[in-house]
Design a binder for this molecule. Structure first.
Ligand SMILES: [Zn+2]
Length: 145
């Protein structure tokens, strides 16, 4: 018999901060799937994600990634953005608001910049989010007056 997973259950999830597959506890479920988890190592909360299987070289979506690196920084930002949002889930994404707080790997839906993913949280009041147009520093965690 399989153990039922629910809020409070522990499971393995990929932690973007620790950069490891680690033990996490489920904090939110969507139907029977864990949606948000908290890393028991660094205590950060993020969307549950299994590590992406590493296919060596051959990606079905982008043909010939080894071709040219002429427009390197631009291309890599776009590629990173695509990778970040490869498994974009509208329901899991948070609408951006300065009152909201975000964690690394959170998906952000921004009214102006569109879909993005949090790549860094340099401070409690700011996040660096990668949008299709590039990295943006955004405010977060503003206290409502
Ligand atoms: Zn962690």
């Amino acid at each position: 018999m399989q153990k039922k997973i629910g809020v409070g259950s522990e499971l393995d999830s990929y932690c973007g901060k620790c950069k490891l597959l680690l033990n996490h506890v489920v904090v939110a479920m969507v139907e029977s799937d864990p949606k948000r988890v908290r890393c028991l190592t660094c205590q950060s909360e993020h969307n549950h994600r299994m590590p992406k299987p590493k296919s060596s070289g051959s990606r079905s979506r982008s043909s010939g990634s080894s071709r040219t690196t002429k427009t390197r920084s631009v291309a890599s930002a776009a590629a990173r953005w695509q990778a970040l949002l490869a498994d974009w889930d509208e329901e899991a994404a948070k609408s951006y608001s300065i009152y909201e707080t975000f964690s690394v790997n959170d998906w952000v839906s921004h009214p102006k910049f569109g879909k993005g993913g949090v790549i860094e949280v340099p401070g409690p009041d700011r996040i660096i989010t990668l949008f299709e147009s590039g990295e943006k520093m955004l405010m977060q965690g503003k206290k409502r007056a």
